[in-house]
Design a protein around this ligand. Structure first.
Ligand code: UDP
Length: 254
């Protein structure tokens, strides 16, 4: 089969031209990077798992009317998405202190924050994705004030929904990163959720043991990375049990 035209290659994904105008194919690689790509590696099977996990979460968010770029999963490593104009901002939501906030502000990792905190980072590899305020975003025109209203509103709804969904399967949603895009349809522009939601861009801790089930296992050389991603998928009910091809629903934890 003739290969589709590649439009962009990122650290963990490749974007190809889609079958119809306004669509793209998002391919999930096994490559992993951390610390602004200073640390590089491969996690066997990660792309397959992230494709499934992100599909599952995007479909769940669709059920509560969060607009997303996701159309459908095509195969083990690819999904069909709507072409959007990416807002060059990484939106990070934090429920519990970990990673950079713990370091920068000297808050012990694991401290529950007084309320969920939303932070913005300017997407620019050369600058190392610096943290910015809404003032910078609107002054430099990376997003307009109405775009930011939509982004914050959607982000907080996504956080509430995903926190509950993960809690139901024994996982604490510590923090995560979202990206949004502008979707132009019928002469109208809408802000929609883009990129992916997976253990690559969330911190997920086992509720009982606080064991890390996310990319921190790679960042901090904790081992058993693929197993952790698999366990997230298994708890969400999207991995067939060994020997069975039936897909179960989410597994409720007491
Ligand atoms: N994150 C991400 N991409 C980035 C930076 C952060 O997906 O380029 C996610 C990260 O996985 C974590 C959250 O955003 O779930 C907060 O990350 P933090 O600011 O603590 O940065 P880190 O120290 O992990 O680089």
């Amino acid at each position: 089969m003739a290969r589709r035209r590649q439009l962009y290659e990122g650290k963990a994904k490749i974007l190809f031209e889609g079958p119809e105008p306004g669509t793209l194919v998002q391919y999930f690689k096994d490559d992993a990077t951390a610390f602004n790509a200073q640390k590089k590696g491969t996690i066997t099977g990660k792309g397959v798992l992230n494709n499934r996990i992100s599909e599952f979460l995007m479909l769940k968010l669709h059920e509560i009317n969060i607009p997303t770029h996701f159309i459908r999963r095509l195969n083990m490593r690819e999904q069909l998405i709507k072409e959007v104009e990416i807002v060059p901002i990484e939106v990070v939501v934090r429920n519990i202190a970990a990673g950079s906030i713990a370091q920068r502000l000297g808050i012990p990792e694991g401290t529950r924050l007084p309320r969920s905190i939303v932070e913005y980072y300017y997407k620019n590899d050369q600058l190392g994705d610096p943290m910015v305020a809404e003032e910078h975003i609107t002054a430099f025109g990376w997003a307009t004030p109405p775009d930011m209203d939509d982004i914050v509103h959607l982000t907080l709804r996504i956080n509430d929904f995903l926190s509950g969904l993960f809690l139901g399967v024994g996982i604490t949603l510590v923090d995560f990163k979202l990206e949004f895009g502008r979707l132009y349809e019928n002469e109208e522009m809408r802000i929609v959720l883009a990129d992916e939601i997976s253990p690559d861009n969330c911190r997920l801790w086992d509720t009982k043991t606080n064991e890390k089930m996310d990319k921190d296992r790679f960042r901090r050389d904790l081992g058993k990375i693929e197993e952790a991603y698999q366990e997230v998928a298994r708890r969400l009910g999207i991995l067939p049990e060994a020997g069975s091809r039936d897909l179960k629903g989410p597994e409720t934890m007491q």
